[in-house]
Ligand binder design. Structure first.
Ligand code: GUN
Ligand code: ZN
Length: 583
């Protein structure tokens, strides 16, 4: 696929609503982002616990101050249908009524539609009402088709959903656009394409029944289809996905938001949530958790009076869910999300099946960084299909060498590359005793690996390679007195300086290695300021986050080199945040 020039059009609907969404960290297609709606902020991935005003379990104040929730979800349809609540909330606004300063998302009654077959309010009424009560995030009345619905039926329902979506285009809140289509991936694709064009927040809907039936592999197919057919800067919400055992899987595919009443519903059924599955409270002899609830009661939890037991169990369930979100965020930060997903997906055969489906998703490798903060941990045969392996194998094809060691899961790896990620953690396996590779050969092989076949030739024979006295690692490459490249300490990747960048630019024709930017940003970048995604107009799709790239203007004039921090698709699609850091 060649790169395509995509002029960035601001989405009027979104600009008006003052919403921003920015990447802070990433791993696989998962990301930690800052979402701001007006003056309210939320870091994603995030779970929005469902709060029912007619059946409260944990108060909004407690959600905020004890559980640290910065967003919750409630149901506008229930409020609309309750005259007393309706009057009160219309008068006070939803935030004041709840006593909650965070983001309030409201659902539309679609869930009731799914459970009971009908609702007695129009789409328009429900949309207007959510605006009137001051929801930050609201929904239209999408129709959740059942899994395996007759295609014609699912198609009819989707048509209605898409019509209803149009009624929400000038809603006063951020629209949680429900993407439906049952298990028919072509319908999901159509829904995602249409709604992803107009809405900033794309919600994968109609998945609760799949979850309940443990059909996680179908869930992977659906979320992947949606993600591949919406711009990369769309916030992705998984509607009603609330079991912590699937959070990491969903985040790895690119989900940012979850909402769920699971913590409360499971508590009513005396079920105890853990990140590896559900347990029946009565069958527990020990509690595998040390949250404040479990620490306080121990198995005495089982002996509490019924109402208190439900409430305490709901608290434990929510602690377990929030903790899993933090575990995932830490894994993104450390670049160990695959290790976490691998572990979680061994907890149930259906999760294991979902893992295998996940590993078939080619789009994930495009999002994944080429270099990571943590060593690659081989955890069994599935690790061989991980995104890192896909990306690394593609790069290895650039490098010629007579000195290769067979290193699973990568295949033959040149000894010359033993210092760089991910081979640096396998150094002993690659280099056996007595093997000596010249520094020049190493540097040339790394150049080929990073930039393409023939890049190594751009380092002349006369180059002087300087090493650190203390570590004996390569620090810089000189021609005479001029530093032509430095070496990144963290992963041993080569950072070309001006002379070498000019040579790369001359050797490889556009668009290879390029990040093309808008005229407006040229002077900033020349000054050494970062490249903001907003100004990226084209990019080499074979680049990966973590790569060194050539920043060029519209005429392919070389401006600077930069480290790409987003994936190419993210750099094109995002209109906020830093796409590359200029040296
Ligand atoms: N809650 C659970 N699933 C859904 C869905 O598909 N749409 C909406 N609006 N709410 C939900
Ligand atoms: Zn607990």
């Amino acid at each position: 696929m060649g790169p395509t020039y995509r002029p960035k059009k601001p989405i009027s609907d979104l600009m008006a609503k003052d919403v921003s969404f920015e990447i802070k960290d990433k791993d696989i297609a998962g990301r930690i982002c800052r979402l701001r709606i007006g003056s309210r902020e939320l870091e994603t991935p995030a779970l929005m616990p469902v709060y029912s005003p007619i059946k409260p379990v944990i108060s909004p104040q407690e959600l905020w101050s004890v559980f640290g929730c910065r967003a919750l979800m409630t149901n506008s349809y229930i409020i609309l249908k309750n005259p007393k609540l309706k009057e009160d909330i219309l008068k006070r606004g939803i935030h004041d009524f709840l006593g909650f300063q965070g983001i309030v998302a409201t659902d539309s009654g679609s869930y009731q539609l799914m459970e009971y077959g009908n609702v007695t309010a129009t789409n328009k009424e429900i949309i207007d009402f959510q605006g009137d009560i001051g929801s930050d995030i609201g929904s239209f009345l999408d129709i959740p088709s059942l899994p395996d619905a007759y295609k014609m039926r699912a198609e009819e329902q989707l048509e209605i959903t898409l019509e209803r979506a149009k009624e929400a285009t000038d809603a006063r809140f951020l629209v949680n656009a429900g993407i439906q289509g049952s298990t028919h991936l072509d319908l999901r694709k159509k829904a995602a394409t249409e709604l992803g064009r107009d809405y900033k927040l794309c919600a994968v809907g109609g998945i609760v029944k799949l979850m309940e039936a443990y059909r996680f592999s179908d869930l992977v197919d659906i979320i992947s289809t949606v993600k591949q057919n919406i711009p990369a800067n769309r916030i992705v919400h998984a509607f009603g996905l609330g079991h912590p055992m699937v959070f990491s899987l969903a985040v790895a595919m690119g989900c940012d938001l979850f909402d769920s009443a699971a913590y409360a519903l499971y508590a009513e059924g005396m079920r105890y949530l853990t990140p590896t599955g559900t347990m029946r409270l009565e069958e527990l002899t020990y509690l595998p958790c040390s949250c404040p609830v479990c620490s306080k009661h121990g198995t005495g939890l089982k002996e509490l009076p019924h109402e208190e037991k439900v409430r305490e169990l709901a608290r434990h369930n929510l602690y377990a869910s929030m903790q899993e979100i933090n575990t995932i965020k830490e894994a993104i930060k450390e670049n160990t999300l695959w290790e976490l997903v691998n572990m979680r997906c061994r907890a149930h055969p259906q999760l294991y099946k979902a893992l295998k489906t996940l590993l078939e998703q080619e789009y994930l490798a495009e999002y994944d960084p080429i270099t990571k903060k943590s060593a690659f941990y081989y955890q069994g045969a599935e690790s061989e299909k991980r995104t890192e392996v896909v990306n690394v194998k593609k790069r290895l094809a650039n490098v010629e060498s007579n000195n290769k060691a067979d290193i699973p899961p990568y295949g033959p790896v040149p000894w010359e590359l033993s210092d760089i990620y991910p081979f640096n953690s396998l150094k002993d396996e690659i280099e056996y005793a007595g093997c000596k590779i010249s520094d020049l050969c190493k540097v040339r092989a790394i150049m080929d690996y990073q930039f393409g076949i023939g890049a190594g030739e751009l380092i002349p024979d006369k180059a002087l390679i300087k090493k650190s006295k203390a570590t004996r690692r390569i620090r810089g490459i000189y021609e005479g007195k001029e530093l032509i490249a430095a070496v990144r300490a963290s992963d041993h990747f080569i950072i070309p300086h001006e002379k070498l960048a000019d040579r790369l630019h001359a050797k490889f024709p556009y668009p290879k290695l390029r990040i093309k930017i808008d005229d407006e940003a040229v002077e900033y970048v020349k000054d050494g300021k970062s490249v903001f995604a907003k100004f990226v107009t084209d990019i080499d799709p074979d680049l990966r986050a973590g790569d060194e790239a050539l920043v060029v203007d519209k005429d392919d004039k070389l401006l600077r080199t930069a480290t790409l921090v987003m994936s190419p698709k993210e750099a094109l699609d995002f209109d906020r945040g830093m796409a590359a850091t200029v040296r």
